[in-house]
Ligand binder design. Structure first.
Ligand code: ZN
Length: 106
């Protein structure tokens, strides 16, 4: 996830302090970035209120802190891994006959 994506993701959780609109559609401009800090200009999509934000990233070195990035990440129950796909593929390609047969046989 790059900086802009991350900011966009975080913005959905905030409301404009001037008009109260959700910031999901706000304009985001990264004005400066240095090390783990960035200066960002956020513009409200509905009232054009501008805010300057200083963002400080938490690096992996600061492992005692909970990274803010993890918040709101959807829970994916058992995503299919590449290995499982390969397994399925070789199973199917070595199988001759109807697919339903494959499902019944155990
Ligand atoms: Zn606004």
């Amino acid at each position: 996830m790059d900086l802009l994506e991350l900011l966009r993701f975080q913005a959905r959780r905030y409301r404009c302090s001037a008009c109260g609109e959700n910031m999901a559609d706000c304009g985001i401009n990264v004005l400066a970035q240095q090390g783990n800090r960035a200066l960002v200009r956020v513009t409200c999509a509905s009232c054009n209120d501008e805010n300057l934000l200083q963002i400080i990233f938490q690096t992996e070195a600061e492992e005692n802190k909970v990274p803010a990035i993890d918040e709101g990440v959807p829970d994916v129950a058992d995503p299919i891994t590449g290995d499982e796909m390969l397994e399925l593929h070789s199973l199917l390609s070595s199988h001759e006959g109807a697919l339903t047969e494959l499902l019944v046989k155990r």
